[in-house]
Design a protein around this ligand. Structure first.
Ligand code: PSV
Ligand code: MN
Length: 394
């Protein structure tokens, strides 16, 4: 046994039970403001999206739940959708509200100056909670596209106060076992100010609500150079990290495959997750949800999601390999380069062969990407899904 194999064997039990939620919208068409390309085999119904998500889980064992976005995933009977998902081997997960595609929300939704429009946005969240009750979902995720484009356009303070009031009304409606997670983003679609721009604002808003209100950290929603692992540490320390929306970025909210642009950043975040007790398999008390929030504009969507969850698994394995005792000793001794070397040794460990063997031991394909390509599923959906309207951001 090599040193790497011995180290991997020690952390391998902690890879069991890792769960990464998939976004239903990753399976629909998406693009930029310039063009949305269609892709053969793209789902025409919510059921087809769930079947694709279940396929990702079948090949990886990593993605037992699917997040829905309302109204994109509205169906007549959510009880039946829940059964459909279970029959396919997955569960329905987080419900995402959407107050960014209705003309009434041009100048805000939960922050709007007009109480009628605020109530309409609150009612939409009540509808999402009804969906959660039918699907058995735990989390209501709120991301708001609200803000202003020009200095003086809006009363920043008034909007923050109205937001607090609207959120309190929504929070009052969620069940004992349910949670509200508030996602922040520092720009887009508004550019001068955003009403929930940063973790501090989200933290202040959810802290005023109560214990079951938490922060959602989307990795693509920070200014370049932001130390996201520090935010991860702080939110865990404060007991307010509810969930992650994983993706990666080169420039802005690019929504590219997690771990593709900067695998080292993903490693650093996952190290703080583990260090802070936010990783479920190592700490059963943890309730932090790990989700992807991605779009596959030019690549095939199912392998795009398979690659994504594998990237998270691989960086988790490497982060688990950090020799925490040696790290602490070096840190305490003021051994700057020694501490850095312990950290980098784990990051630079190639665990791919060990993970392949581990998967086989668990009845999974050693190489899920290759196994999916050889399975014929892609060809089958491309042949079968002809006609109808491919789903997108609508
Ligand atoms: C906003 O950019 C966001 O990250 C929110 O999570 C939305 O719900 C999602 O993207 C929609 O793709
Ligand atoms: Mn997001």
């Amino acid at each position: 046994m090599t040193d790497t194999q011995a180290a991997f064997a020690k952390v391998a039990p902690l890879l069991e039970g890792q769960a990464i939620e998939l976004p239903s919208w990753a399976f629909g068409n998406s693009g930029t403001r310039f063009k949305v390309f269609g892709t053969p085999g793209t789902p025409r119904s919510v059921e087809e999206k769930i079947a694709d998500a279940a396929t990702v889980h079948r090949f990886t064992g990593l993605a037992p739940t699917v997040a829905l976005h309302i109204p994109w995933d509205l169906v007549e009977d959510f009880g039946a959708l829940r059964t459909f998902a279970t029959d396919h081997g997955v569960e329905l997960g987080t419900i995402n509200s959407n107050t960014f595609q209705d003309d009434d929300y041009k100048f805000g939704a939960l922050t709007h100056v007009d109480p009628k429009i605020r109530q309409k946005a609150i009612d939409h969240h009540f509808e999402c909670i009804d969906v959660m009750n039918a699907t058995g979902s735990r989390d209501l995720k709120i991301w708001l596209a609200e803000g202003s484009n020009y200095p003086g356009q809006a009363d920043l303070r008034g909007r923050q106060d109205r937001l607090a009031e609207s959120l309190a009304t929504i929070y009052d409606r969620i069940g004992e076992e349910q949670r509200l997670v508030l996602e922040y983003k520092f720009f887009e679609p508004a550019f001068y100010h955003t009403d929930v721009p940063d973790w501090g604002t989200s933290y202040a808003q959810v802290s005023a609500l109560g214990e079951r209100a938490l922060v959602c950290l989307d990795t693509g929603h920070h200014a370049p150079g932001t130390n996201i692992e520090f935010i991860t540490m702080q939110l865990l320390r404060l007991g307010k990290l509810g969930s992650f929306d994983f993706n990666s970025r080169f420039y802005a909210d690019d929504d590219l495959i997690v771990g593709a642009a900067d695998p080292f950043q993903l490693f650093r975040i996952l190290f703080e997750v583990i260090r802070g007790g936010g990783y479920g398999p190592a700490n059963p008390e943890s309730e932090v949800a790990f989700m992807l929030d991605q779009c596959h504009n030019v690549e095939d969507k199912i392998p795009g999601q398979i690659r994504s969850v594998l990237n998270v698994q691989e960086m988790t394995a490497r982060a688990l390999l950090v020799d925490r005792d040696a790290l602490a000793a070096a840190q305490e001794a003021g051994d700057v380069l020694g501490a850095n070397e312990v950290f980098m040794d784990a990051f630079q460990t190639d665990v791919r062969a060990d993970l392949a063997a581990w998967r086989e031991e668990h009845g999974l394909p050693a190489h899920p990407m290759k196994a999916y390509a050889a399975s014929g599923y892609q060809q089958q959906i491309e042949a079968a899904r002809v006609g109808g309207t491919q789903l997108s951001w609508n």
